[in-house]
Each structure stands twice: as C-alpha cells, then as structure tokens.
Design a protein. Structure first.
Length: 337
C-alpha cells in the first residue's frame, strides 16, 4: 500500500491486529472481529452500532478496487452497511478519536510499521575549491542487550518446569526470570548471537510483553543456535511461539520461533539460511494455517517444505506443541507440501 506517497509493506492483518491491541490498551473497545477474506480484511465498523455490530461489515482492500467509475486505492476502508469510507491513515485517526485529517494515523503507521532512512546534505563550502557532496546520515548504532542486564534475570522459577523446560534448555537458551515484572525472560538474538531484545511471558497470566512487529521481524528466535550448530543440522522446525520452539529442542529437534506467523524480513532470513529442509509447525488454528500458506508461498522456490500433520483433536481443543505429552509429540507425523 502507498500511504501519502510512502510504501507500507507490512501485512494488513498485522497492522489491524496491532491497531486493535493499542486501542484496547487505551481503553477503546473497537475492532472486535478481524477476518481475512481473499484480498480483503473484514472487521466490525467503528461508525455504526457504536462499534459493536454482530457481524463485520467493514473492509480494507489490499489491492486497488474499481466500483463503477470510481477506483478505490489499496488501503481504503469501506463499510458496506453505513457507507463509511476513508483512507487508512484517516481511519486510524478516527479510531483514536482524532479529527485531524489522518495526521495522527499517518504518524502511527510510520512509527509502528515504516522505517525511513533520511539522507542529509553537507553544508556547501563556497571557497575556491568548493564541492557539493551528498552524504548519508550515519546509521544509529544498534543497542544490544548487555550481559549485565541478562545477569539480573538469571533466576529459576517453577513456571519454567510447568512449561516443560529442562535445566539443559534453560541454561542453553539463557531463560531467566524478571522479579520486577514477574515474567520469564527469553533473550532474542540475531544470527551472530547479539541480543536484540528480551521477550517476556508472565508467570501469572497469558501476558506477553508488547514488542513492535518491526522489531520482532528483525530476527527469528533460535536463529543463533541454528548457526552455531550449522554443520550438524540438516533440517529445522519453524514455530510461532518461543515455548513451542523450546519444546522441539527438548525433543532433540532444532527449531526457530517467528514470534508470530511470519513477516517479510523473516522470509528473507529463512531464504538465506543454509538449510534446505524446513518443517512448518505453526499453531493448529486459522491464523497458523494462513501463516503456513504465506511461508510456503515465500519459500517454496528455495526450500523443501513439510508441515506437521496435527491430529484433529489438537484443532478441536486448540492445543499446541507444548500442550501435548512427550509420547504424543513423538507420534506427530509430517507431510510434504
């Protein structure tokens, strides 16, 4: 999509999921139901029925749409019930109650989903040997998580064992516990082992700390362990969550976690990974199936792809890899896709 001449390459579903999460954090109860359908994302309208309609009647197209003599560009929000129509940036402003012609919405998109490289120009020297030179602004230095910070999390908590982590896995992946937030901590590294951020999971609820999609997609959890053992690994499993990834490792199966269902930069990382055989083990639900389809579409020309053949009971009871017994995990089969 092009928003105010700026290309927004993020997945539309990811944008709306993040938008709903941030609205909820601000006490705004909108976007109850988000459903992908073909080239469209449907959701509950924010303008009629006080934003609480029973079935989603509003949509945003991911491609240009012609209706009669009019062409609605990709990113246009339209409600088929009340007729509300707005570009995505104005729609986001409306969600937050901002009557600013999309100024807030545009800034929100840029902050959460677009990174702009700004080129600066040196001042001109009008002396005898004056030269005009264009130089790129220095890129900000990446601030990695320090060993000193990681040391503050190196505690054992019983919840680690409740999630079936072993002492070996806890040690190898430096799983810790943050006493201040009462969360398990999972250092997330790039392929060279530099810690980019720390992911947290509450030991008292299903809370996960909010990491922006643009940050999460810079790497894949466990990619550093894969590269450290690359000479010994011929295949790897791709999961959504860190816990499911570590479950695979406890079974002696190398794995990585997308911290979601996949993003453009993560596809690039996987394409560059010198392992040809990948098994897709995203969660057995609708979102997991869509993520599996996107992974297949982006990797099918360079990888041999399989997927876990989850038994129907896992779909019915919404179970993931960490929920099943050791014996049931070992019985799981895969199919080539």
């Amino acid at each position: 999509m092009i928003i105010n001449d700026v290309p927004v390459l993020a997945d539309v579903e990811a944008i709306f999921t993040e938008l709903r999460n941030q609205l909820q954090l601000n006490g705004i109860d909108l976007l109850h139901d988000i459903k992908p359908t073909n080239n469209n994302i449907q959701f509950t309208c924010i303008k009629h029925a006080d934003g609480h309609e029973h079935k989603p009647s509003c949509g945003i197209s991911e491609v240009d749409v012609r209706r009669g003599d009019k062409v609605f560009p990709a990113g246009t929000v339209h409600c088929f019930t009340c007729g509300y129509t707005a570009p995505l940036d104005i729609f986001i402003s409306d969600c937050f109650g901002k009557d600013d012609f999309g100024s807030f919405g545009f800034k929100w998109l840029m902050k959460n989903f677009v990174s702009l490289d700004i080129e600066t120009r040196k001042k001109m020297d009008f002396g005898f040997n004056s030269r005009l030179q264009d130089v790129q602004a220095p890129q900000p230095k990446i601030k990695y998580i320090t060993e000193a910070e990681l040391e503050t999390y190196r505690f054992i908590h019983p919840y680690m064992y409740k999630r079936k982590l072993t002492d070996e896995i806890i040690d190898d992946f430096d799983v810790g516990y943050d006493k201040n937030t009462r969360c398990l901590t999972f250092p997330v590294a790039d392929k060279n082992g530099n810690i980019l951020f720390v992911y947290r999971r509450s030991v008292n609820s299903k809370f996960f700390n909010a990491i922006k999609d643009t940050v999460k997609s810079k790497t894949i959890y466990g990619i550093d362990k894969i590269y450290q053992n690359i000479s010994k690994i011929s295949s790897a499993i791709i999961t959504e969550s860190i816990i499911n990834c570590l479950t695979c490792w406890t079974h002696g199966k190398p794995a990585m976690a997308l911290l979601g269902t996949g993003a453009v930069n993560q596809y690039k990382i996987l394409r560059e990974l010198p392992i040809r055989n990948l098994t897709l083990a995203l969660d057995p639900d609708e979102a997991g199936m869509r993520g599996t389809e996107r992974l297949y579409k982006n990797l099918k020309d360079c990888k041999i792809l399989s997927k876990v053949a989850y038994p129907k009971i896992m779909y019915r009871k919404k179970l993931d890899l960490n929920d099943i017994s050791y014996e049931d995990f070992e019985k799981l089969s895969t199919i080539l896709i």
